[in-house]
Design a protein around this ligand. Structure first.
Ligand SMILES: *[C@@H]1O[C@H](CO)[C@@H](O)[C@H](O)[C@H]1NC(C)=O
Ligand SMILES: *[C@@H]1O[C@H](CO)[C@@H](O)[C@H](O)[C@H]1NC(C)=O
Ligand SMILES: *[C@@H]1O[C@H](CO)[C@@H](O)[C@H](O)[C@H]1NC(C)=O
Ligand SMILES: *[C@@H]1O[C@H](CO)[C@@H](O)[C@H](O)[C@H]1NC(C)=O
Length: 429
C-alpha cells in the first residue's frame, strides 16, 4: 500500500486507485449478444455430444464387461477359450454362449458346421472334467446381433429343472401309517461318511420322533456315490433304521440345490399330510420343543412364509474362489432377494408343495438358499426371521438349547450333540 491508499482507508473513502470505475460498464452491443448466444448454443451442443459419447462409452464398457465376465469363471481355462474364440473367427455366423442353466451336456453346437461341432465338443469335454458340469459353452447360430452373445439366466423357464431322479433307497412308509396327524416332517441333509453324525442325531434330539411313529417324522437325505462299499454301508444302515432316502444324482456340494428339491419333493409327495416342513443339516442341533412352540406361534404366517435366520437383499459374490461364488451367467441380477440360511429353516407343507411344483420352471442356481429364495419370489411368498434359529454355533450355555425359545444352532460334532443332550438343566417355570 502506498501512502495515498492508506490515507483513503483512514478517511473511509473509496480508493479509486484499485477499484474499477463504476461507469465503464456499457450495455451489450448487438454483436456481443450474438456472440453470447453463439457461445450458449455451442455449449449446449458440446453437452449433448459429451452425453452421447458417454452413452457410447458406457455401451462399449458394458460389452467389455460381458466379455470379461465370460472369461472370468474360466481363469484356468483361458487357453481353451482363446482356441474357441479363434475357431469362432472363421465362423462369423456362430456365436458363443456360456450355459447358464443346469445341464450336464456341457458345450453344444447348434448350427450347421459338423467339423466345428466335433472340435468344440472335445474342448467342452475337457473343460467339463475340470469345471462343474453345470457350466459350459454353447454355440448357437447367430442372429447377427452382438448383444445376443451372452445368454443371461431367465427368471423362469419351461421345465428346465425338472427333478426326475430315481430313488435308490426309499421309505414311503415313514409317513404312511399316521397319515392325518403328523405335525412336522424333518428333512436332514447328510452324506455317506457322516455315519457318526447320524448316529448322534438318532440318539439325541431325534428321539422325539420315536422311530418315526410320533407326530414328528424325519429322514436323512443323500445322493449317489460311486463308492460301492459306501453304498453298501448306507443300505445296511437303512436296513437297521429305515430312515434313509437316497436318489441317483451325484452327491456333491455343487448339487446341494438338487438335494434341496429332493427334500421338497419327498416331503410333499411321500409325507403330504404333515403340516409343517423343516430342513436341517446333519450338524445342526434342533430343539424339538422349540420347533413345536414356533409352530404354535407362527403357524399362520408360515402358510405364506419360509422362516429361519433370514437376510435382507444381498449382493452376489463374484469371486470364483469363494464358497459362495455365483457366476454372472448363472445369476446376472445385481442383488439376491431375501433368503434364509440353509442350515435350518421351516415352512408349511402348502409352501413346501408350491416350491416343489414351481422348481421345475426355475433355472438351477448352485447355492441352495439362493435357489429357494428365487422360488419364493416367483411364488409371491416371503421370508420371516424367526427368533431362536441360529445359522452358526452360539455362545449360549447348553441349557439355553433346551428352552422353548431356542430352535437351532449349527456346526456341532457328535460328541457335542451328546453333551448338549445330556446336560442336566433345572426345570424352568
Ligand atoms: C394328533 O396329535 C394331537 C397333538 O399332537 C394329539 O393330541 C392327538 O391325540 C393326535 N390324534 C391321533 C389320532 O393320534
Ligand atoms: C427305536 O429303535 C431302536 C432300535 O432301532 C430301539 O432301541 C428304540 O427303543 C426304539 N425307540 C422307540 C421309542 O421305539
Ligand atoms: C470307499 O468307501 C470305504 C468306506 O467308507 C472307504 O474305506 C474307501 O476308502 C472308499 N474307497 C474309495 C476309492 O474312495
Ligand atoms: C449333479 O448331479 C448330476 C446328476 O447325477 C450329475 O450329472 C452332475 O455331474 C452333478 N454335478 C456335480 C457338480 O456334481
Amino acid at each position: 500500500m502506498n501512502r495515498n491508499q492508506l490515507e483513503g482507508i483512514m478517511k473511509c473513502k473509496p480508493d479509486r486507485s484499485f477499484s474499477a470505475p463504476i461507469n465503464t460498464l456499457q450495455p451489450l452491443s448487438a454483436m456481443d449478444r450474438r456472440f453470447l448466444w453463439g457461445l450458449k448454443l455451442f455449449l449446449i451442443i458440446l453437452n449433448i455430444l459429451t452425453f452421447l459419447i458417454f452413452l457410447n462409452l458406457n455401451a462399449a464398457n458394458r460389452y467389455v464387461d460381458e466379455i470379461s465376465r465370460i472369461t472370468s469363471g474360466f481363469r484356468d481355462e483361458t487357453n481353451k477359450l482363446i482356441k474357441l474364440r479363434n475357431a469362432l473367427k472363421n465362423y462369423d455366423k456362430l456365436e458363443i454362449q456360456r450355459i447358464g442353466v443346469h445341464t450336464d451336456s456341457g458345450a453344444k453346437i447348434v448350427g450347421n458346421s459338423n467339423k466345428m461341432a466335433g472340435n468344440s465338443n472335445k474342448m467342452a469335454g475337457n473343460s467339463n472334467r475340470k469345471q462343474s458340469s453345470s457350466e459350459g459353452f454353447k454355440i448357437l447360430s447367430s442372429h447377427g446381433m452382438e448383444k445376443d452373445v451372452v445368454t443371461r439366466r431367465p427368471r423362469m423357464c419351461n421345465g428346465c429343472f425338472e427333478h426326475k431322479y430315481n430313488y435308490l433307497i426309499d421309505n414311503p412308509n415313514i409317513c404312511s401309517d399316521h397319515v392325518t396327524n403328523v405335525s412336522v416332517v424333518i428333512m436332514i441333509f447328510t452324506t455317506h461318511h457322516k455315519r457318526a453324525q447320524r448316529k448322534a442325531l438318532r440318539e439325541t434330539w431325534l428321539t422325539y420322533a420315536k422311530n418315526n411313529t410320533g407326530n414328528i417324522r424325519y429322514a436323512f437325505l443323500l445322493g449317489n456315490n460311486k463308492n460301492d462299499s459306501d453304498n453298501l454301508l448306507l443300505k445296511q444302515e437303512n436296513d437297521q433304521h429305515g430312515d434313509i432316502i437316497q436318489e441317483d444324482f451325484v452327491d456333491s456340494y455343487r448339487n446341494l440345490t438338487v438335494k434341496t428339491i429332493m427334500a421338497f419333493k419327498w416331503a410333499s409327495t411321500r409325507c403330504a399330510s404333515a403340516k409343517y416342513f423343516l430342513k436341517a443339516d446333519d450338524d445342526v442341533y434342533i430343539n424339538i420343543p422349540g420347533v413345536m412352540k414356533k409352530i404354535r406361534n407362527h403357524g399362520n404366517i408360515l402358510q405364506s412364509r419360509v422362516g429361519g435366520v433370514c437376510k435382507r437383499k444381498t449382493k452376489p459374490v463374484r469371486d470364483p474362489n469363494s464358497k459362495w461364488y455365483i457366476s454372472y451367467e448363472m445369476y446376472p441380477e445385481k442383488e439376491i432377494p431375501e433368503f434364509c440360511s440353509g442350515t435350518a429353516y421351516m415352512t408349511s407343507m402348502k409352501v413346501a408343495r408350491d416350491i416343489y411344483k414351481i422348481s421345475r420352471d426355475i433355472p438351477y442356481v448352485n447355492l441352495e438358499d439362493v435357489y429357494i429364495s428365487l422360488c419364493v419370489r416367483e411364488l409371491g411368498y416371503k421370508f420371516v426371521d424367526i427368533f431362536g434359529f441360529n445359522a452358526m454355533r452360539t455362545p449360549y450355555k447348553y441349557c439355553i438349547f433346551k428352552t422353548p425359545r431356542f430352535v437351532s444352532a449349527h456346526s456341532y460334532s457328535p460328541t457335542e450333540m451328546h453333551e448338549i443332550w445330556n446336560t442336566k438343566c433345572s426345570p424352568r417355570k
